[in-house]
Design a protein around this ligand. Structure first.
Ligand SMILES: C[S@@+](CC[C@H](N)C(=O)[O-])C[C@H]1O[C@@H](n2cnc3c(N)ncnc32)[C@H](O)[C@@H]1O
Length: 235
């Protein structure tokens, strides 16, 4: 299933603020901030291997992660390019004037655009895996790294809350995602998060430590986690 750009046009105002700013007081905010923190850790690993890597981000929204990574790793990241399907998001990303960063509508980027050391695509739904992997490969240098997050079909959250959404049909188990990744990439690292515990986020101060505890201890039940981030290396 393809995402409708108008949905994200509508969400563009306050996109970053709602998901990343202030206290983590909801499950969704926990998912976004945890995903970002795992991404940051994987980025550190890449920086140990590649000096000043260039980055290509698919689904860059308003440039929120570009801005964050520039702040976290000043002078350590090379040219940053972001693409998105939402024109409103791209307008906001461009207006943020992030250092050494360009943003384009996905369809308007020249297919011969130069490849990058890192491709990242997090928080973005994938419907057609073969065309998406071809797109990653086109934008990734040989020996480049890919950071991708996916949502699990058997997660508690998906089974309780998302089973009736159209896009749920595109979800797979982590085992299935790994079969897909293993065809073109080596899996360097993975991290899962977001075991859903109904109702706890009504009490955010209590919920956060409980959520983190369950995310740490339920590793024997990997398919129950809602999301997983992968650090992959092109073969
Ligand atoms: C949930 S947001 C995630 C944004 C950012 N990566 C983050 O983690 O905060 C999803 C973004 O991906 C964009 N998007 C959805 N499908 C896309 C696709 N196939 N290619 C590029 N961008 C896409 C949406 O317009 C939206 O801005």
């Amino acid at each position: 299933m393809k995402q409708d750009p108008s949905i994200y046009d509508g969400l563009s105002l306050n996109y970053a603020e709602k998901r990343y700013t202030g206290k983590v007081d909801s499950y969704i905010k926990y998912i976004f901030t945890t995903r970002r923190s795992i991404l940051t850790g994987f980025f550190k690993e890449v920086l140990n291997k590649i000096e000043k890597p260039s980055v290509f981000e698919i689904g860059c929204a308003d440039g929120v992660l570009a801005r964050f990574l520039r702040q976290q790793f000043p002078e350590q990241i090379g040219h940053f390019v972001g693409v998105d399907i939402s024109s409103e998001m791209i307008k906001l990303a461009l207006s943020a004037r992030i250092v050494d960063a360009d943003f384009y509508l996905r369809d308007q980027l020249n297919p011969d655009f130069e490849a990058s050391d890192v491709v990242m695509e997090v928080g973005v739904h994938t419907g057609d895996w073969s065309s998406e992997i071809a797109y990653w490969r086109q934008h990734l240098k040989p020996d480049g790294f890919l950071i991708k997050s996916v949502a699990g079909r058997q997660s508690i959250y998906a089974r309780l809350k998302l089973y009736d959404r159209d896009y749920y049909q595109d979800y797979s188990s982590y085992r299935e995602y790994e079969k897909i990744f293993n065809q073109d990439f080596d899996i360097i690292a993975t991290k899962s998060y977001g075991i859903f515990i109904p109702k706890i986020w009504r009490w955010p101060a209590l919920a956060r430590p409980i959520q983190m505890f369950f995310d740490q201890v339920l590793v024997w039940f990997p398919e129950l986690y809602h999301e997983r981030v992968y650090l992959l290396k092109k073969r």
